[in-house]
Design a protein around this ligand. Sequence first.
Ligand code: PSV
Ligand code: MN
Length: 426
Amino acid sequence: MKINQSEISDFNQKVVKDHKENFDFLANKLTNKGKDVNSIVDKLAAFQIAIPSWALGAGGTRFGRFSFYGEPTNLEQKIEDIGILHSLTQTAGAVSLHIPWDIPSDYAAIKEKATALNIKFDAVNSNTFQDQQGAAESYKYGSLSNTSKAVREQAIQHNLDVIKIGDKLGSKALTVWLADGSCFPGQNNFQTAFQNTQDSLIDIYKGLPDDWKLLVEYKPYEPNFYSTVIQDWGASLMLANGCGDKAYTLVDLGHHLPNSNIEQIVSILQLKGKLGGFHFNDSKYGDDDVTVGSIKPYALFLIFNELVYGMENNPQNPDLAWMIDASHNVKDPLEDLIQSLEAIQEAYAKALLIDQKALRTAQLENDVVKCQEILQGAYRTDVRPLLEKARVNAGGVISPIDAYRSLGVREQLIKERGKHTVATGL
Ligand code: PSV
Ligand code: MN
């Protein structure tokens, strides 16, 4: 299924009057405060977020999975789904492949499909947290950190293969997330596990094309519950530094212990030029992977405040690979992704409204109350008309969820694909 431009214009026609009134009202207010509204709208339109290839089907928990009708069954259909998201929102212009879940069978055809839908191939993700059918070695006791050289070599080779796959598609980064760790005290020698991981990552790094990045993701626990080899940003940064200039830390919002100050982590990594990628989701307890902004939108805004500061003041930090890393059991995955995309853009827009100069002055004067007023003043602004404008300018719809429903997208997908289809992934 493909949404065409006339369906988008017909939909927009119905709601454009409301949008215009709301936008003009907000644009006037912001202009009076000295904001350059057009430049904010342009920045929003330029901000593209990759959709992971595994998030288009219904997510699951370790207790079960309830499938959703009309799920995509192959990579072509997954790209089509991202095409739908992108034509509605104009913010999902990239896909992040998880290998081996989504190895293209026909590279030329998949590239052609993606190009036609204006979708780029962002970071590719390796998977050494599951055993693959027919594999000689098992990752039960770890992959890049394993005490067995044969297991480490298999895991290294897998990552090198993933780079090759990504290279054929135009990707420029490899994301490595390891489940490696231990479930019981005494099970692992921490130093050996860490050193093995470093050595393995260096071997992978050696196979990285010159214009690629290696993104090292961290996570404190799960699936291992006593220790994880790359447990936090410090471990990730040490490993990245041990590899070289093209290796960076990747922050996933759900990969922190409760109450961690993620905005501070993000800020310091940018200062050091070492923040390479970002996975969006939200959580209440752990790595819950629920819709972005559904639980802690203010925390997301504070993180974006630091990201915006870094993007404007830290030329030593490269452009980031942005990806949504969320999926669960109860929503239509496409509606869920639309909500996540909207929440990301909203937090970004609010962060762009922060008067950085006034904030800096208030900080220098230790005017704590003023600092809070500046942040919360931006946060309390309803920026949705700016998002609508950015979408319309780029050829998208004013309100994506409403359009998705009124165009009957899911019904159409069920008609095309059938009810009982299952997507690859977790
Ligand atoms: C691990 O929890 C993670 O965040 C990694 O990014 C994986 O690639 C992804 O989720 C999918 O399992
Ligand atoms: Mn992640």
